[in-house]
Ligand binder design. Sequence first.
Ligand code: 5GP
Length: 200
Amino acid sequence: MSKGILFVMSGPSGTGKGTICSRLLDNKENDVFLSVSSTTRERRKDEIDGVTYNYTTTEHFKEMIDNGEMLEYAVYNGNYYGTPKHAVETTLDTGRSVLLEIEPQGALKVKKIFPEATLIFILPPSMAELKARLEERGRETPEQIAERLDAAKWEMEQSRLYDCVFVNDDLDDCVKEVEKFMRDKMEKKRLVEELLNEKY
Ligand code: 5GP
């Protein structure tokens, strides 16, 4: 059986990529598995351990790195975030596609390990809108928001290294565009496999 496609989605904090990913997964016609990352950041009230992230200590996170359990990891605003290797590789081996929602340092590491991975970047319509969205969701302190906006500049520069870039101006439209892009990619892969298996 051929491997699934590895999709990697990045975008500045507040750009709406988390919501886009949930919407993509809610639609059962999109046969995509979302990888659950590990992090040392504190769990927020609305988050579920084992679903949103696997929350762990810095000590345990470093042990996982040393044991080669991480496909990639990065430090973002003082916390470790990483993708567990085993779940991603075994899912891809079953032919199912996998979606990672990670920041660009990690995404670019993944591209080195899996050059065939498809990198998707989500941009906000403007910096003013990004700031407004971060303030509106009220999850971070003003200092943390400032840090996230600073990080956003470097992150957006990396978008030129991605396979495709979408602007999340209207959420519904953006979800439709990303969904179409991913489905086309899966459909073309299926077609190529069919052609390669065809007897002539
Ligand atoms: P948040 O704290 O808002 O949940 O996430 C902060 C940033 O870390 C986001 O850009 C998110 O995409 C990224 N992130 C989440 N999981 C991972 C991961 O496993 N690896 C990397 N490199 N970044 C991650």
